[in-house]
Write a protein of this length. Structure first.
Lengths: 572, 328
């Protein structure tokens, strides 16, 4: 463990702390390490940036600003800096390490030219923030590369690695996610973890949270309308055991798009699960709410395409997703409806802390009063009843059921046992492995991502790619597969191996989507391994016709209309 | 130029002089063996093996039943067609580079090698020059540059003492032959009791016989291993090795430990990039210093990268497709 006595923290010390956390196994020790570091920072601006960089990225969660430095840009910039060939040298190095930023770190350490160019200087986190902002304001790759070169010339290799990861806005890959950052803040400033978590939920910002914690002002964290809150997430029921069904209520799980609606009089904003503002995409939903002229209210629920009293397949909703300004035609053809299932704010107060049963009561009242669609809730007495409900949900064309614990608060940003999803797998196909790609991150150095093919006589080639899959196998299986893959390899394209089509895997997926950019014309939604079929050969795999048939069946499945046995209530 | 061909996965056969290197060929009269790792050792009974005495001792303990003749480093073995000389390769105890001199020119075959050498080997030596070089390039990428051995040795000793002070049992993961003994040798000055996995333990005797100090070691004993420094191959750890000891701290010692991804793959507390192969930069330097007419590159998935750097040095090279190791 490292003891930090520095009172003038620098970006270098910050990165060295991250590295120390990376090299620590126990999560308590990681938290203590970061808490000590936070306590050592006197300047509040620096403190806010330290937690923001660790838990959110270069730009905070609420900001739409992005530096837009992709791995190709940073890889090319690093190759130029180190005077090495990007395609010939950098790419194989990245394949070997499984990480672009780690590769850059090590080249910066190893290549003499790069060592000469670098004169590390102590710089504050706000100076680094300045560089992130400059990068965001530049548009050309060459300008960005110049700025990266300048920045890196004053950094150590470890600083460069984390600089790139923070820029990426993703995980820092040090085994230290938001929950740990929150625990560290609580530990550093001697406050309650729950209180910190709550303040984070309200402010939506780790930076703001840490300042409040430091000044003993966490109680001031208040909810603001039109600022999204992180969603509560559900766990798959298979991963949790349910002993007592009576603690739960069931709702049908819609095959739609999760959304949060903030509505206050004529003002309506819609936020997606990744907290993006999608108000403009759904003008029909906006006018639906603004017409009703609600007092300040926040709903959690699902947007679906709803026509002829039937919830339409997800495939039709897709025609609406991503369209920033839908035309009249699209709006008429694919009308969207928001179905509420939770209430987060009403009567001028946030109510996340209330048990679900109480929130539900208020939701019901609001929906009745303003004629809003709201899910039907069912009490489930036995597993037989659960089965029945589940089949009925499927008949409605829904994905399955949600089980929600009646006494649970709204657990912001967490995936715990309070919400469980009971989903039927969409389907499975036997496919042949066509290409193996070198994995990255945890699976670095192995071939762990696969392109899977199906055969079809309409094409000249024997197999047509249908999708990529990774994960879902054990390390043992992966080892066995890698051995087999090496024997089947006939071509090499950088990190990718072209294989003799012999290895058959059964792949499971949630659904099939049309995708005209692919040769097959379809892609699988959430494909994952079900089993490696050592017993099958390439002649046994499913054909493209099977895929088409499955898709047609999905689309034309008879969906029970909502007037009988409704999965949601909508009193006009 | 001297003609040669592949034999088996790793071996080479030189038909004009009847010599095989690190493999067996039915027509070979002489099989020179660089070192006793399984992928270099001939398996065939009728192989007439020539190697250092340490390598022969180790091969016998690992099941070699053929005829074996010991050669000292620097001592030449001559026939009408060739002269062969062994040079210390610095990889593991007994490891040798094989230098062949013939009317068709001279050739240096490195086997696995390391310079600067492993402290648990006889050191490193090389002929001044060779016409042809066949070199392994296991770590043939510029992301691989090793820290000085003193620094790594310090990391190893510190990890052992810190773990013991914290009441944990330190476990070092390293291959049974070579790496395991190197770790013991590095730990020896601490004078602390160490236990080594059985398969590695039986090979330690050869190190003792060749005066490599392995310190205060004994064979792994499940019931009494707690509180000892433990050394084992990583494969044994998932098969119950010291599974009765709840407080363990695991350090993975290998060139592959340079890659962060190994941390989660092996659930190791510490990665110590202690390799028994030379790094990329020493590889290019070695080729440059030897300045052969041509370099043949083996044991790497990335021969293009090494070739690219040799091209920049004006050294002709090509890839010789022998099975590459992915794990030390």
């Amino acid at each position: 463990m490292i003891i930090i006595t520095n009172t003038n923290p620098s970006f270098r010390l910050f990165c060295e702390t991250l590295q120390a956390i990376r090299e620590t196994r126990s999560s308590n020790a990681k938290i203590t390490c970061f808490a000590n570091y936070l306590r050592s920072i006197a300047d509040e601006g620096e403190l806010a940036l330290a937690v923001q960089f660790t838990g959110e990225g270069a730009f905070d969660d609420l900001s739409a600003k992005r530096a837009s430095v992709g791995s190709r840009t940073s890889g090319l910039a690093a190759s130029e800096f180190c005077d090495i060939d990007y395609d010939l040298v950098f790419k194989p190095c990245r394949t070997a390490t499984g990480s672009s930023s780690e590769t850059i770190e090590r080249l910066m350490e190893n290549i003499p030219v790069a060592v000469e160019k670098r004169t590390p200087a102590d710089r504050s986190l706000s100076e680094i923030m300045g560089i992130f902002k400059e990068l965001a304001d530049l548009s050309g790759r060459d300008d960005k590369k110049d700025l990266l070169h300048q920045a890196w010339s004053r950094m150590t290799p470890v600083e460069i690695k984390y600089f790139i990861r923070i820029l990426g806005q993703g995980s820092l890959r040090i085994g230290f996610e938001t929950r740990s950052v929150i625990a560290s803040i609580a530990n550093a400033f001697n406050t309650d973890r729950e209180q910190v978590r709550y303040a984070h939920m309200i402010t939506g910002s780790l930076g703001k949270t840490v300042i409040l914690a430091k000044n003993e002002r966490l109680h001031e964290a208040t909810f603001r309308l039109f600022h999204p809150l992180s969603f509560m997430l559900a766990s798959p029921v298979e991963s949790r055991s349910v002993d007592d069904l009576t603690q739960y209520v069931a709702e049908e799980k819609f095959d739609g798009m999760r959304a949060q609606i903030h509505s206050d009089g004529e003002n309506v904003r819609i936020f997606s699960r990744d907290l993006n503002d999608i108000t403009k995409t759904f003008p029909d939903v906006v006018s639906f709410f603004s017409e009703r002229n609600l007092p300040a209210t926040v709903f959690d629920g699902e947007i679906c395409v709803y026509e002829n009293e039937t919830i339409q397949p997800f495939q039709l909703l897709q025609k609406r997703m991503g369209i920033k300004k839908p035309g009249k035609k699209v709006l008429e053809k694919y009308p969207a409806l928001f179905i509420a299932y939770d209430l987060l704010f009403t009567d001028g107060t946030p109510i996340f802390d209330m048990p679900l049963a109480n929130r539900r009561k208020k939701l019901q009242q609001t929906c009745d009063e303003y004629h809003l669609p709201v899910t039907s809730q069912f009490k489930i007495g036995s597993f037989e009843e659960l089965e029945e409900r589940f089949s009925l949900a499927l008949e409605h064309g829904n994905e399955g059921l949600m089980l929600k614990k009646t006494d649970s608060p709204y657990e912001y940003g967490q995936r715990r046992k309070s919400w469980l999803k009971v989903k039927k797998p969409g389907g499975s196909f036997d496919t042949v492995v066509m290409y193996a790609h070198a994995g990255s991150g945890k699976r670095g150095g192995t071939y762990s991502d696969f392109t899977l093919g199906k055969n079809d006589e309409r094409y000249e080639e024997e197999f047509i790619p249908i999708g990529k899959a990774y994960g879902g196998y054990t390390n043992e299986e992966l080892k066995k597969m890698n051995t087999r893959i090496k024997k089947l390899a006939v071509e090499r394209y950088g990190p990718t191996l072209g294989l003799i089509p012999e290895l058959v895997v059964e792949i499971e997926f949630d659904d099939i989507q049309v995708n005209k950019r692919t040769k097959a014309g379809y892609t699988l939604r959430l494909p994952r391994f079900k089993a490696i079929r050592w017993d099958l050969g390439p002649a046994d795999v499913n054909t493209l016709q099977d895929v088409e048939a499955f898709f047609a069946k999905r689309l034309n499945e008879n969906r029970l209309a909502q007037h009988e046995n409704p999965s949601f209530k909508f009193s006009v | 130029m001297l003609r040669f061909q592949k034999t088996g996965y790793h071996g080479l056969y030189f038909p004009d002089i009847g010599v095989a290197l690190d493999g067996y060929h039915p027509k070979s009269d002489y099989v020179f063996v660089s070192h006793a790792h399984a992928d270099h050792m001939p398996k065939n009974r009728s192989a007439k093996a020539y190697a250092t005495s340490a390598t022969i001792d180790l091969m016998k303990l690992r099941g070699f039943r053929g005829d074996a003749t010991a050669l000292d480093f620097g001592q030449s073995f001559e026939t009408d067609h060739f002269k062969a000389t062994l040079y210390p390769a610095g990889h593991i105890l007994g490891s040798a580079m094989i230098f062949l001199e013939t009317d068709e020119g001279s050739l240096l075959y490195t086997g696995d090698y390391k310079t600067p050498p492993s402290p648990a080997s006889e050191g490193f030596g090389t002929p001044e020059t060779a016409d042809y070089l066949i070199t392994e390039a296991t770590f043939g990428l510029p992301v691989y540059r090793w820290k000085p051995i003193d620094m790594l040795a310090e990391e190893i000793r510190t990890f052992a003492t810190n773990s013991l002070n914290d009441g944990d049992t330190p476990v070092f993961l390293g291959y049974n032959l070579g790496k395991a003994q190197e770790i013991l040798h590095i730990l020896a000055p601490l004078g602390l009791p160490a236990m080594i996995h059985g398969a590695g333990h039986k090979l330690c005797k050869v190190y003792d016989d060749h005066n490599i100090d392995l310190g205060n070691y004994s064979a792994y004993d499940r019931d009494t291993c707690e509180g000892h420094i433990l050394v084992t191959p990583s494969s044994a750890l998932s098969k119950g090795f010291a599974s009765n000891v709840s407080r363990k701290k695991v350090a993975y010692c290998s060139g592959w430990a340079a890659n962060e991804s190994r941390r989660t793959q092996l659930t190791a507390h510490k990665l110590i990039p202690l390799s028994d192969h030379l790094d990329f930069f020493d590889l290019i330097r070695f080729c440059k210093d030897l300045s052969p007419k041509k370099v043949f590159i083996t044991h790497t998935p990335n021969p293009d990268v090494v070739q690219h750097y040799l091209d920049n040095e004006g050294i002709d090279s090509s890839f010789l497709d022998l099975e590459a190791e992915t794990e030390e």
